[in-house]
Design a protein around this ligand. Structure first.
Ligand SMILES: [Zn+2]
Length: 96
């Protein structure tokens, strides 16, 4: 395999960066909607237009629910405890 020169590597890096920027832009465009109040391009998860301050209805996006996250965390904690207990019991059972 041919070793890349410094310029070739830099060109490759540049290409990768452009690709990343293009992907990010495409993703943003997918979420772009026209503000019903001023017609400017806004993102569909926004609740307020940054240009005219008009109210928007968020679409296809749900903010992280704090209560739900806490519930998930506590369930994960209990599951972890059960697994730890099972491991400890198994170790004691094997010894005895
Ligand atoms: Zn607007």
């Amino acid at each position: 395999m041919k070793k890349l020169t410094e310029e070739e590597r830099a060109a490759l890096e540049e290409q990768k960066r452009e690709e990343r920027i293009r992907k990010r832009r495409a993703r943003l465009e997918k979420h772009a909607v026209d503000c019903p109040h001023c017609g400017k391009s806004v993102l569909d998860h926004m609740t307020k237009c940054p240009y005219c301050e008009g109210g928007l209805t968020p679409r296809g996006y749900r903010p992280v629910d704090e209560a739900k996250m806490k519930k998930i965390k506590s369930v994960a904690f209990i599951v972890g405890l059960v697994i730890a207990a099972a491991v400890i019991i198994t170790v004691f059972a094997l010894r005895g």
